[in-house]
Design a protein around this ligand. Sequence first.
Ligand code: NOJ
Length: 580
Amino acid sequence: MTPQSPSTKENLSHRSDDADWYRSAVVYQVYPRSFADSDGDGTGDIGGLIFRLPYIHALGVDAIWVNPWYPSPLHDGGYDVSDYRDIHPDFGTLEQADEFVHRAHALGLKVLLDLVPNHCSNSHPWFQAALKAGPGSAERELFVFRDGKGKHGEQPPTNWTAMFGGSAWQRVVDDDGNPEQWYLHLFAAEQPDWNWENPRVHEEFDSILRFWFDRGLDGFRIDVADSMAKDQSFPDMPIDPSTGVGTLDKYEGSPIFDQPHVHDIHREWRRIADSYADSDQGARVFVGEAYLNPAHRLAQYVHPDELQTTFNFDALKCAWDAASQRRVIDATRDAIGSVGAPCTWVLANHDTVRPASRYGKASTGVIHTESGIDHSAQPTHAELEAMPTDVDLGRRRFRAASLLELALPGGAYIYQGGELGLEEVEDLPEESLQDPTWLRSGRTIRGRDGCRIPIPWSGTEPPFGFSPDGSSSLPWLPQPAHWANYTVEAQDKDPGSMLTLYRTLLAERKANPALGDGDLSWDDDVPDGVLSFRRDPGFRCIVNISQAPYPMPAGAELIAASDDVSDGKIGVDCAVWLRV
Ligand code: NOJ
């Protein structure tokens, strides 16, 4: 059987040219530092992004989400923003940003930016002013400063733990070297949390949204969208017995995550986004980043008057296990669908182990049982990092998972390099590690650099076209030599490559009226381990996560397969798209 050319889509009403474009959109995530370097300094930039726009367009996606490009000391890859209305000089200028947005629009691509509202950089002028102004000042009220506990205030105000390890409080030392108040930072100490109880913070972010919307941005991805509001009684958290410190579990009632009044902020922003409804571009759109489980908690964020969409991290983290996958798919559809929002499907991002590696480990992710997540089956970070990886197996499964992801109802996200099947680089030299997790974990958890390696575009040796020929600076993270086989150039004309598979799937998705927003119906007459569903009109997806090949259904026309099916069988860890 040979794959057929894409079918014709008659009804384009739910595609990206209407107000509901986000309900079906495939969004390509660009981590600018690692995408393409136009000036040879080893760091990706907006010039590189503009240069590679035709590549993104030809891939067949609908929108681009750009990770933070603001001025920042880059203590956390740009999630430590020192100026929300400008561009990091390493990445370019505001004029280049405007040009990028303009050119993307000319190609029919929407552009989403990253908004980082929970915290800024400790180099942000308002934080610097707060340090200088001292306790009790209006400047300190913009952040979360508190006196410490203990006789001399020597203990942090609460036992809250930072996401990157250690206490979530940092003590300030005044100009004379005397210790004084503490400030809250849910992430690194270089990322002080804003005080969202202060109306001035609301005004500032409203104005930042308008600044970018007025420049033509189509929307924002909201960083840690569930964290801005804190319980103002500042209670201690339960102790996690495995670590002996305050838990980071997002349990219901956590003082830092998913506080009820965080929704007031989202409603405020939605009103701003909707105020652009009459502009040429129409209302602006949000996607929230909130790692919340079960799905009904996430659904609270996509009520009709809040964010339009939210990432589906249950899907991203789900084990390569048919029962777990189906539970996540159904729970997502039920919960997100119940408030009228579209589902999104996500396999990867700049914070997580690339799927080509994750699916090649003994533990491929979270197991979902009838009663919820099986926590006993979850390895720790350190155990996962130490677990051997079969990348060939992982890549085979990732190909199949991509067919599943792109066939499900709703929108989907592709993290740059996913379309090349890149794996996690797990053996980066320690001296090259930059993720704050590495230092804050006492050099026990390597962190996320392995999924942020600069993209290999062409050629046979590093920098693989990431930087211009003859550049003297090396890429900011080293690329593995064997990526010569995974460059865009190497995969471009190869009918069996991951890149060709993605182009095929995305072209079909654009053309086939069954795909994108809508619903699905499961086939239940398949063996355990086989996922099979249909979408109207005439589309069927089969994913084999069982232990035995599954016969190709008679009379179906093959649209795409993640692996060779010429023997008439859908092998183990293989998926197909069929016209039925
Ligand atoms: C989530 C972002 O994706 C991650 O990269 C960052 O470190 C944290 N939020 C803190 O901003």
